[in-house]
Design a protein around this ligand. Sequence first.
Ligand code: TIU
Length: 220
Amino acid sequence: MIEIAAEPQPILVDLARTALIIIDMQRDFLEPGGFGETLGNDVGRLAAAVGPCQAILAAARGAGLLVVHTREGHRPDLSDAPKAKVERGDPSLRIGAPGPMGRILIRGEAGHDIIADLAPAPGEPVIDKPGKGAFYQTDLELMLRNRGIDTLLVCGVTTEVCVNTTVREANDRGYRCVVLGDCCASYFAEFHEYGLKMIKAQGGIFGWVSDSASAIAAIS
Ligand code: TIU
């Protein structure tokens, strides 16, 4: 067992039962011309998480941890995209519309890819998810159970949307989530701050919050 410095208190983890999960570090969210920008966001705000994610990814691979990547997106025929999601808001391009990186938030298009800096290595599972949470309508839980995983180191974007949704889903399923704050980012600074605060409040109501340096020091 190793100890990771975290809030609201340090957490003891068994590396054989710990996975790194990197949520939705896709071109559609981080690069101009994708889903994030169509919603009116400044996608440059997510860049801060890339370096810390690269660092924990290298350390996790070195420590032999299971590494799981996720991608939010839909089938080309949109059969798995709820009408309420597709028609939501007033984006410059709707889900499925052609953009500079291909059709917005559609599997197989360039924008749906994970950014080159965090490309999955051969053998690392990539979970394609139609929703914000990584457990909803995916085989993530089955994969984690088959590997005996009980603790997740959580990174990715955005802090208050897909990271928080996934952490809440994982927490209800009995997983312990350690969110690495500097490995997450939001289009909204205050939502990032409060997204992390909500996880660790009330004695860690949804999980723990740590950072890449603390996790790397512990697992290396
Ligand atoms: N819009 C926004 O902040 N996020 C998403 O739509 N998806 C994820 O967080 N991945």
